[in-house]
Write a protein that binds this ligand. Structure first.
Ligand code: PNW
Length: 467
């Protein structure tokens, strides 16, 4: 660990990637422009009661019109990498067929603008804005959607592949499947555990077919991004060395299988964990899993993107009914650990990030890791044109130290992308939850870099933390 801890400061490896992330529906706005079709999030957010305060992505950060200024801002903040997503309904308004050239033009201009400022683009093809026309034909519960995704991936690659090196198929398929089709908190707002489990498989198939198409077209760096939490008992949240009881350890491993292994095992090992198959079989049978699907899903990838916010805290709870987002979890009690939390109510546990990165590196050797999201919502306020978000700086500082400790202990972590560049449309929470390094005034669309953004710029310049 000596070279990493030289001169009493926390220093990251040479070439460590520093940047920030966003997603199309959360920032773009301009939902009716240049031939964009409707997505499931347009429909969902227009449905009363689904999103806090009735917020929608109609205007959002108006990034579609302001991307030139936003890229200049990224440059001023010293970002070396920018992860964004492509809105599928801009490319194929009805989810299939002839591409819409004006939709492709936008991302073409964005990529050129990034490259002009020496910022490396990380493209995510699917960050939850499914074309509504595909949802009308079954959405992710339909196998067809996976094939449509591969066609779409090929179209976007054909336009941007000469300039974009890094390609992510899906963002957080667990959230798409289990919040979209399990508990209905996200679009399309359906709630049936059998549908959620089928959706999970079809998302994996979309990933595999997408990888196949992108590889055939020449893509070099392919990635799947997951919302991976380490699963811990309440005692382990407080003391990482605590030893759980046998019953609690079993609850932990079951939830780890449902949240993390359900996606990573098929992709990186070519098989579902037995405990996941049991749950799938019980809820919807296995008929939707074709013989060669796992071979398709297991196509080699280069990186796993890790989005980390908080651990998942559980213990054995005999007789506990399953949460609709967690089919198979009956007998497991989900707990809120007794530690400080963000404005989302999400517990702040930096050591969870080291633990997660080390477990993933150990369990899935041979694939690099990239932290593709990490950050926090706090109740930011503007005073004299500034946002003094010391709480966010502390959050980021703690998590970067934890990330550094994981690297020092052997985890292969290539970089860190903060969530998010801008305050934005926080899905079911709408605009009142602010995750940005940059504050957005939604009345004027003014951007105000928070203290955390200025702090982060220094971190990037130094390639590490002082003290
Ligand atoms: C991720 N959960 O979403 C997404 O990738 C981002 O678009 C989002 O803004 C960010 O994290 C902050 O929420 C999640 O309830 C949303 O488990 C909800 C959950 C997890 C991730």
């Amino acid at each position: 660990t000596a070279p990493l801890l030289s001169r009493g400061r926390v220093e990251f490896p040479d070439g460590f990637i520093w940047g920030a992330a966003t997603a199309s529906y959360q920032i773009e706005g301009a939902v009716n422009e240049d031939g964009r079709g409707r997505s499931i999030w347009d429909t969902f957010s227009a449905t009363p009661g689904k999103v806090a305060r009735g917020d929608t992505g109609e205007v959002a950060c108006d990034h579609y019109h302001r991307y030139v200024d936003d890229v200049r801002l990224m440059r001023e903040l010293g970002l070396r990498a920018y992860r964004f997503s492509v809105a599928w309904p801009r490319i194929q308004p009805d989810g299939s067929g002839t591409p819409n050239p004006r939709g492709l033009d936008f991302y073409d201009r964005l990529v050129d603008e990034l490259l002009r400022h020496d910022i490396t683009p990380y493209v995510t093809l699917y960050h939850w804005d499914l074309p509504q026309a595909l949802e009308d034909r079954g959405g992710w519960t339909s196998r067809e959607t996976a094939h449509r995704f591969a066609d779409y991936a090929e179209i976007v690659y054909a336009r941007l592949g000469d300039r974009v090196r890094s390609w992510t198929t899906l963002n957080e398929p667990w959230v798409s499947a289990f919040l979209g089709y399990g508990n209905g908190v996200h679009a399309p707002g359906r709630s049936d555990p059998a549908d959620a489990l089928r959706a999970a498989h079809h998302l994996l198939l979309a990933h595999g077919l997408g990888v196949r198409a992108l590889r055939a077209a020449g893509a070099r760096e392919l990635m799947l991004v997951i919302n991976s939490s380490p699963v811990l008992t309440p005692a382990q949240v407080i003391d990482p060395d605590a030893t759980p009881s046998a019953a609690d350890a079993e609850a932990v491993e079951l939830i780890h299988a449902l949240l993390n292994r359900q996606f990573l095992d098929p992709v990186l090992r070519g098989s579902y964990p037995p405990e996941v198959l049991k749950v799938v079989e019980r809820h919807c049978g296995l008929a939707h899993i074709a013989d060669d699907d796992l071979g398709t899903i297991n196509a080699p990838i280069d990186l796993v993107g890790v989005n980390y916010y908080n651990p998942c805290t559980v213990e054995a709870g005999p007789g506990t009914p399953a949460d609709p987002a967690w089919p198979g979890s009956e007998g497991v009690r989900f707990r809120t650990p007794d530690v400080p939390a963000t404005a989302m109510g999400w517990p702040i546990v930096p050591t969870g990030l080291s633990r997660l990165l080390l477990r993933l590196s150990r369990d899935y050797p041979g694939v690099g890791l990239l932290v593709t999201e990490n950050g926090a919502a706090f109740d930011d306020t503007v005073t004299d044109g500034r946002v003094h978000d010391a709480d966010r700086i502390a959050y980021l500082d703690g998590h970067l130290r934890a990330l550094h400790a994981a690297i020092a202990a052997g985890a292969d972590v290539r970089g860190y992308l903060a969530w998010s560049l801008l305050d934005n449309f926080e899905w079911a929470e709408g605009y009142h939850r602010r995750f940005g390094l940059v504050y957005v005034d939604y009345t004027t669309q003014a951007r105000i870099p928070k203290d955390s953004a200025l702090w982060y710029r220094d971190v990037i310049i130094r390639n590490g933390l002082t003290r």
